[in-house]
Design a protein around this ligand. Structure first.
Ligand code: CTP
Ligand code: MG
Length: 246
């Protein structure tokens, strides 16, 4: 059974407000996309990695990944790394990655990881849990218990409900699926992909819409998502501290 990955890096990073796409913003001297790609490649033996980039930055992202291509990888087996232009939403970018994997001759039960360049600090143990879980269950997300009480609100900001916190998980990436499940889910959700407002915010959501089961494995407390400059500063501090599970 093979394992491949799609790394989404085609967003602009509007909330970060940098002069370059978020995936090329540096953390501890290296672009976010480099950290994220290395986290995957060093955790598991990947057969292929497809990275989505903004159309105008395909060459820059490919150039940044040169260091990863020649660096250490799990099991010492070289993996093919492709960079393809993404789409108008994250969902569309993952679909572009899937299309690029179409010629890889994947079997129905081969595993596809989908990871965000915006989560550069994911630990190896978490990536392995997701791959193992995807083989067993077909669709898996890493998740953490929620510390905050979460409210549901309507358009006027009026609270309409308070879900039982014990039933909530904040989910992360990489999410893991069999090729058959993920390609079917994206095919079924294709009509939503052209606009970020209608698109799925994660791939598991598309699988849920099919009525297929999605399981949660334990996520990674260090794998914060880089959205704002405050997140970037926190990630710098986490990286400079010893003792993470990386
Ligand atoms: N992404 C993508 N294609 C898009 C939009 C997002 O590949 N059209 C990727 C981003 O590069 C990121 C991940 O999806 O790795 C999660 O998106 P997000 O954190 O929202 O990043 P951006 O869309 O770049 O940031 P913002 O929403 O602030 O513009
Ligand atoms: Mg976005």
């Amino acid at each position: 059974m093979r394992t491949v990955a799609i790394l989404t890096a085609a967003g602009s990073g509007s909330r970060l407000g940098s002069d370059r796409p978020k995936a090329l913003v540096e953390l501890a001297g290296e672009p976010l996309v480099v950290h994220a790609a290395r986290a995957l490649l060093c955790a598991v033996a990947l057969d292929r990695l497809v990275v989505t980039a903004p159309a105008a930055s395909v060459e820059d992202v490919a150039g940044a990944l040169a260091t990863v291509r020649s660096g250490p990888v799990h099991g010492g087996v070289r993996c093919e790394v492709d960079v393809v232009p993404g789409g108008p939403s994250r969902q569309a970018s993952v679909a572009a990655g899937l299309a690029s994997l179409g010629d890889a001759g994947l079997a129905a039960d081969d595993v596809v990881l989908v990871h965000d360049a915006a989560r550069p600090l994911v630990g190896h143990a978490t990536v392995r849990r997701v791959v193992d879980g995807a083989r067993r269950h077909g669709a898996v997300v890493p998740g953490l218990a929620v510390a905050d009480t979460v409210k549901v609100v309507d358009e006027d900001g009026r609270v309409t409900g308070t879900p039982d916190r014990r039933t909530l998980r904040a989910v992360q990436t990489p999410q893991g699926f069999t090729w058959a499940v993920l390609s079917r889910a994206h095919e079924a959700g294709r009509h939503r992909a052209d606009d970020e407002a209608t698109a799925a915010t994660d791939d598991a959501g598309l699988v849920e819409d099919l009525g297929l089961p999605v399981h949660v494995v334990v996520g990674d407390a260090h794998a914060l998502k880089i959205t704002t400059t405050a997140d970037l500063e926190l990630a710098e501090r986490l990286l400079s501290r010893a003792g993470t599970d990386r």
